[in-house]
Design a protein. Structure first.
Lengths: 96, 997
């Protein structure tokens, strides 16, 4: 039973979160080719080890998070806001 | 017959006599007895009948590994099967019965199976009943098997669970601690005390009803004093201790699953108490002091009543004050049984100890004491003699590395010790494969990186004093792992016996055939293992499945190692090379009720009611579940059936006006300077130029080009939109928009807010809808045809002053409006509209009539947009924009999704208009009613407008392809087949004049 340390709410049980998927996918522009979209949507790695995943704190702050999780051990290495601007603000606040 | 209560001794309370019933007969025992000890004290010998052969079975152990004394407790709706008599404590009013026997375990007619034992070896049923000649010659037939299986399953088996609803209630809870200690034996208590005295928050759990573990099985007062002192220290240090609580599984992140049996031992529990608690515990460190289980070994008739594990006799004598036999043979291959033999002699039994080993040093034989225990070395048991109870043993004498037939000795109790197996189950749940300890012939825990420490005899450490040290060493590991300083005590080495154990798994003498059990609970014999090997099932996992070894309720606690050892022997390998099976939770069975907790019946899922729920009920609604929501299904008038009601409602709506609660639709406020851009990217149809004061129907796709959801979006200003979604996908669409905004398009300045709960909505549909609505709002001029044309939206106030939002949109195909007010104003809105609607003979309608109206129009819902349909499949392809890019635009035109023969949305009429058909039917050609057919039917209704049954569905190529054809709506398991015709999905008012008018 994984616990995720939400940057906004603190450590919470995984049952509060919704799983997104591979958080490292760079989706192409909407007008990109079908090949580019096929690559992004269907051609996925089945990673054994640390993978960056997207999780949403659905029953909390509703923020989408990028979680580095080891798929073998469930160990979580890092959690940050998926929204790049929000993540930068959080990081700045943590440093000050 | 043989066992009896000792005059003194034991940790039972002889001042408290307890009355209970076994097989409808009254018995008494003492407080502190288990059902097994109390019945043994009363001279009972047969407790159960075996799984396949219905052989009589007695008590084989004194704990959770029990495979013989398996009984049923309780009655009627509290009947609980497969309870181990060795762990069930007695209480006043306890009722227990034997199981898998008729008429009872002492005289069981099923015992005839035993005579035909050779027919019932592993795999017998499958070989015999599948493809029986001559009926199924040449075919891999399972038809006859299907018939026989029911009978076979009835003859074999365990107890029967109650089929009535469980009258008890169960709770779920969450606990936290620094250190969880599983087991309260010498090592567990020592570990818990040290951690608690270091100021850590300690939780100690014990599956038994008494704390102490092996401390309870000693005759000396010293053991109990140690236990009591430890418990007192735990108490004063503020540690929590829980008895009758099993740590049944270990999970990620230091989570342990605990089952606490709260009232199972109480005659008249407080009704407010749950029967059991299912607790999720999070520990920073876990210490496993789960002990070890003694093994038996395979010899002839080794399942006879009167044969038990050697150490169980220590428990019966010293804990329960029961002498399990007068004339005792103890058969061992290790040092641990010597003390047991001494104990039995001490309380007056005549004891012979046969040791498979030949050289026994004086220090060990000295343990036998001075009470005349006879020691025979180089000897073991070949066969047990007796019909319903053991009467003698045929011994075998060592010759070289084998055995030869030896003398026969009379006895009424045979104690067996084939070595010990540490309980590695919980660590196995964490994926840690145990290692083989060659010296001790057992699997021991392998190291793990997790915050888990095994200790005591679960680590293969045998002596009590070593186990105490081991507990303290484990405590150090726990204290260090939660970040405190401590002095480190060295973990004692495994083992602790003076003379090495001699591996002994089976006793064989050439020419002597016998039935020797390795998994008594599932009646798996040593011959079954050899048969499996002979037939090629050599891996442990295959062996297990073929013979069912280790698949009974004890998960192989008794027999697994012997089974593996015999397979290793057959393969000429070592035990660890054969492997071990993975233990899975739960360690001991837990009731389904505990897993469910309170999540059953009305509490199985959350319930959502619309703000006008009570209003709907007051006006005659019958409700239906729609996802988590309850929605009005139909509003039956006096004497009306559901069919009559919805046909009347739909007819009335088309003729004058109808009102329908649509609050359950998802509603999302989309606000911000980039709101238009977001909506335009999300919907497949054009939205960039939606004027303020207008709504538009939109279809959104997934990335892969399949339809995700549909709904309407209303524009109130440059930066303010109101989106509705389907009821089913409300949450999903909200999550989707959040994902897009936070992950893909962080530059868009848009806020999305779910307002589904804030707005109550009603559809006002029918030719008189505008007049009814006009009479209910403060300014009737805002809803005239010019002011509010088709797809217009307006914010205004109701006649009662409540602010409202109105859109002229139609799901029914009639002129219609959706009106939304703040949820608190829902009843007021309904009162106003209902009063006016009644003046023009209107009505309320529910989801059934809503369905009829939308099917007539060919409007799609979730059953058509089922996650497989493209926008073209649903007949809406023309809506999709070619001028812009949007989510799904790149992939929706993949060749596979553009095939001409893809299923397309169609309408369906019965060929004979008086006939009906059902949703879920498969559309087939008349000459080929088989397979997947050409399509399927998603929804049907009786159409009031057309006067016959109609349906919607998908068929390959669409309705043009099947014009003038007759097909079959095949429904083989329900109503049979109906001939149908395929028509356009727009079955009523295809040009939409009514809603525009």
């Amino acid at each position: 039973m994984i616990r995720i340390n939400c940057p906004f709410c603190g450590e919470r049980d995984h049952s509060e979160f919704g799983y997104g998927g591979d958080g490292s996918i760079e989706y192409p522009p909407l007008d990109a080719s079908a090949e580019a979209w096929t690559q992004a949507v269907f051609e996925r790695e089945n990673i054994r080890g640390v993978q960056t995943e997207s999780w949403q704190h659905v029953s909390g702050c509703r923020q989408w998070l990028l979680v580095e999780r080891d798929t073998m051990t469930h160990e979580i290495h890092s959690v940050r806001a998926a929204h790049s601007g929000v993540a930068a603000v959080v990081e700045k606040e943590q440093q000050s | 017959m043989s066992a009896s209560r000792l005059k003194t001794g034991g940790h039972i309370d002889r001042t408290r006599e307890i009355e209970f019933r076994w097989d409808n007969t009254r018995y008494t025992g003492f407080k502190g007895d288990t059902l097994a000890s109390a019945l043994l004290a009363n001279g009972e010998t047969i407790f159960g009948r075996s799984f396949k052969y219905h052989r009589p079975r007695g008590v084989m152990s004194a704990g959770v590994e029990e495979s013989g004394a398996i009984v049923t407790t309780g009655k009627a709706n509290r009947r609980d099967p497969n309870v181990k008599a060795t762990t069930q404590e007695i209480f006043p009013g306890l009722e227990a019965r034997g199981q898998n026997a008729w008429p009872n375990v002492r005289r069981d007619c099923g015992a005839v199976n035993n005579l035909m034992g050779r027919f019932f070896s592993a795999g017998f049923y499958y070989k015999t009943f599948m493809g029986i000649p001559p009926f199924e010659w040449g075919r891999k037939g399972t038809g006859i098997w299907m018939q026989y299986e029911k009978l076979i399953r009835r003859a074999a088996g365990m107890g029967k669970a109650s089929r009535e609803p469980d009258p008890d209630h169960y709770e779920h809870g969450h606990l936290f601690c620094d250190v969880l200690v599983v087991g309260s034996g010498p090592s567990g208590l020592a570990a818990a005390v040290k951690c608690a005295e270091q100021g850590l928050d300690v939780l100690l759990v014990e599956q038994d009803f008494e704390f102490g573990g092996d401390y309870l099985n000693h005759s000396s007062e010293e053991s109990l004093r140690k236990r009591d002192a430890a418990l007192a220290k735990l108490n004063s240090a503020g540690a929590r201790v829980m008895s009758r609580t099993t740590a049944f599984g270990l999970y990620d992140y230091g989570v342990a699953g605990l089952l606490q049996r709260v009232t199972d031992h109480l005659p008249n529990p407080e009704p407010s108490l749950p029967r059991q608690r299912f607790l999720t515990l999070r520990a920073r460190h876990t210490i496993l002091a789960t002990g070890a289980l003694e093994r038996h070994f395979a010899f002839g008739n080794n399942d006879l009543p009167g044969i038990m594990n050697a150490h169980a006799a220590d428990a019966y004598v010293n804990r329960f004050g029961v002498l399990p036999g007068q004339q005792v043979v103890v058969a061992t291959n290790n040092d641990s049984a010597y003390n047991t033999a001494n104990q039995l002699a001490r309380v007056g039994a005549s004891v012979t100890l046969v040791d498979a080993r030949t050289a026994i040093p004086d220090s060990i034989s000295g343990l036998l004491g001075t009470r005349g225990v006879e020691l025979v070395t180089g000897s073991t048991v070949l066969n047990a003699v007796g019909k319903r109870h053991i009467t003698a043993v045929e011994l075998a004498d060592a010759v070289g590395s084998g055995w030869k037939q030896g003398p026969t000795r009379d006895c009424d109790l045979l104690l067996v010790s084939g070595g010990w197996s540490p309980v590695v189950n919980l660590l196995s749940h964490r994926g840690v494969r145990p290692q083989w300890d060659h010296d001790n012939c057992c699997f021991v825990p392998a190291p793990t990186n997790e915050a888990i420490t095994s200790t005591g005899s679960s680590l293969g450490i045998w002596g009590n004093s070593d186990c105490e040290d081991a507990g303290r060493a484990a405590a150090d590991a726990a204290i260090a792992s939660v970040g405190n300083q401590t002095n480190t005590v060295a973990m004692p080495a495994a083992g602790g016996w003076e003379t090495p154990l001699q591996p002994l798994y089976e006793v064989n003498v050439d020419g002597v055939s016998k039935k020797s059990f390795i998994d008594p609970q599932h009646d798996v014999t040593a011959d079954d293992v050899r048969l499996a090997h002979q037939e090629g099932f050599v891996s442990v996992e295959h062996l297990k499945r073929y013979t069912t070894l280790g698949m009974a309720t004890d998960q192989g606690k008794m027999g697994n190692i012997i089974g593996m050892a015999l397979m290793a022997e057959a393969l000429g390998k070592e035990v660890p090379d054969v492997g071990t099976t993975t233990f899975r939770p739960p360690y001991t069975p837990i009731s389904i009720g505990a897993l469910a907790g309170r999540a059953f019946g009305a509490h199985f899922k959350a319930l959502r009611r619309t703000p006008m729920h009570d209003w709907n009920l007051e006006h005659g609604a019958t409700m239906v579940d729609a996802g988590l929501w309850q929605r009005p299904w139909y509003f039956a008038r006096e004497g009306e059936t559901i069919t009559e009601a919805y046909i009347r409602e739909a007819t009335t709506t088309r003729k004058t006006v109808g009102l329908c609660d649509v609050t359950s639709l998802g509603k999302i406020a989309i606000q911000g300077p980039d709101a238009t851009e977001l909506i335009n990217r999300v919907y497949s149809n054009a939205f960039a130029k939606l004027p303020i004061g207008k709504a538009r129907y939109g279809i959104m796709l997934r990335d892969d080009g399949i339809v995700m959801d549909d709904g309407t979006t209303w524009r109130f200003s440059d930066t303010d939109y109101f989106m509705t979604t389907t009821t089913a996908h409300a949450a999903k669409v909200m999550v989707w928009l959040e994902e897009l905004l936070q992950m893909r398009w962080p530059d868009l300045k848009v806020h999305v807010t779910s307002v589904s709960e804030q707005w109550a909505g009603v559809a006002v549909a029918g030719p008189n809808s505008r007049d009814v609505l006009a009479a209910c709002i403060a300014d009737a001029s805002v809803v005239t045809n010019d002011a509010l044309p088709f797809m217009g939206v307006v914010e205004t106030t109701l006649a009662n002053g409540a602010p409202c939002r109105i859109a002229r949109i139609s799901f029914s195909g009639e002129m219609a409006f959706e009106v939304y007010v703040g949820s608190d104003h829902a009843n007021g809105m309904m009162d106003l509209l209902h009063t006016q609607a009644m003046l023009v003979d209107g009505c309320l309608y529910g989801t059934e009539a809503l369905g009829a109206l939308r099917i007539e129009k060919g409007h799609v819902t979730g059953v058509e947009l089922d996650g497989r349909a493209t926008i073209d499949d649903a007949g809406l392809g023309k809506m999709a924009s070619d001028k812009k890019s949007y989510i799904g635009s790149a992939l929706r035109k993949r060749p596979e999704l553009m095939r001409e023969d893809r299923p397309r949305l169609v309408g369906i009429f019965p060929k004979d208009r008086s006939e009906k058909f059902k949703a879920g039917s498969i559309l087939c050609r008349t000459d080929k009613v088989a397979g997947h057919g050409e399509g399927w039917i998603t929804a049907v209704t009786h159409s009031p407008e057309l006067g016959h049954w109609i349906g919607l569905g998908y068929i390959s190529g669409g309705h043009e392809h099947w014009a003038d054809s007759t097909l079959v709506a095949a429904d083989p398991v329900r109503t049979g087949n109906t001939e149908v015709e395929i028509v356009s999905p727009h079955m009523v008012d295809p040009t939409g004049e009514r809603m525009h008018g």
